[in-house]
Design a protein around this ligand. Structure first.
Ligand code: 6GU
Length: 277
């Protein structure tokens, strides 16, 4: 897979040289090219932004440098034999970046990222390249960053670990909390390793019992507890067909009940916890 990133802060992308992504690059599984947007400015101040039409706070990134940069980067990639680029535009107003989208992007041969600073890029740039290639405007969560570079790192790591041969263990991403198609996707519960005693703290007995069935059940119960505490929306949204009898017992203990009027039938819901007056 080829990745191009155009940014005014190339140093911000240094983490692409380390860890999983760095190793994938070193092995030739990822071909990463980081470009300085200011290389495509021709004035004394290397200007990349200007005031917004219609007024308002902040600055908007100009069409000229982005258009010239993207034309060059695309031409270079095609010249090197890459095909079917997808443009990834990180923006807080994008669609949520999910594991499902990560899987989809991991199947594309060439991703071009345009992380912006200021109030974003002049809309005409995105509209122009959308006539030539698939464009994905993505947000990595409900908060506002000062720029899209951190989002590029997030998307790159999520995508790179899905590439064939990048993660050592081929099974490793089968049981990811958010792997698409998992029957009811739950958050993973706690994990433990040696030593067995640490500062007076022990390992749950079941994990050293050797009973594989009991261990699987315990892990599932812990996942249900953790999901209830941190992501009740995942229980509410789950197809109830994905919960077996033992799941239902634990869900009941955790305050969930099947809703006979739910859609689909029997979706789980929970009374709002009582609030102290
Ligand atoms: Cl992709 N960019 C910025 N600037 N803020 C964000 C974001 C992206 N995703 C969430 N917040």
């Amino acid at each position: 897979m080829r990745l191009d990133v155009v940014t005014i802060f190339p140093e911000y992308l240094e983490p692409l040289n380390v860890s999983l992504v760095g190793k994938a690059r070193a092995r030739g599984q990822l071909d990463v090219h980081v470009h300085d947007l200011r290389s495509w400015t021709y004035d004394r101040h290397n200007t990349v932004d200007d005031t917004p039409y219609g007024g308002g706070p902040g600055m908007v990134m100009k069409t000229g440098p982005w258009g010239d940069a993207l034309d060059t980067v695309l031409a270079d990639g095609y010249e090197a034999g890459s095909r079917a680029p997808a443009l990834i535009v990180p923006t807080p107003s994008g669609r949520p970046f999910t594991q499902e989208l990560a899987v989809h992007l991991s199947e594309r041969p060439w991703l071009v990222f345009t992380p912006a600073r200021y109030e974003g890029i002049d809309r005409r740039v995105i509209d122009e390249y959308a006539t030539r290639m698939d464009v994905y405007e993505v947000s990595i969560g409900d908060y506002v960053l000062a720029g899209g570079e951190a989002a590029v790192l997030v998307v790159t790591e999520a995508v790179a670990r899905l590439l064939p041969g990048v993660l050592g263990n081929a099974e490793s991403h089968q049981d990811d909390s958010f792997a698409p198609g998992a029957m009811a996707h739950l958050l993973e519960g706690p994990v433990y390793t040696k030593p067995p005693h640490w500062r007076g703290r022990e390992i749950p007995d079941v994990l050293v019992s050797g009973h594989h069935g009991k261990i699987a059940r315990w892990r599932r119960d812990e996942a249900l507890k953790r999901t209830t505490a941190h992501r009740p929306d995942l229980i509410e949204g789950a197809d109830p067909e994905g919960f077996d009898k033992k799941d239902r017992e634990m869900l009941s203990i955790l305050g969930w009940e099947p809703d006979p009027a739910g859609e689909p039938y029997g979706r789980f819901w929970r009374k709002a916890p009582d609030v102290e007056e």
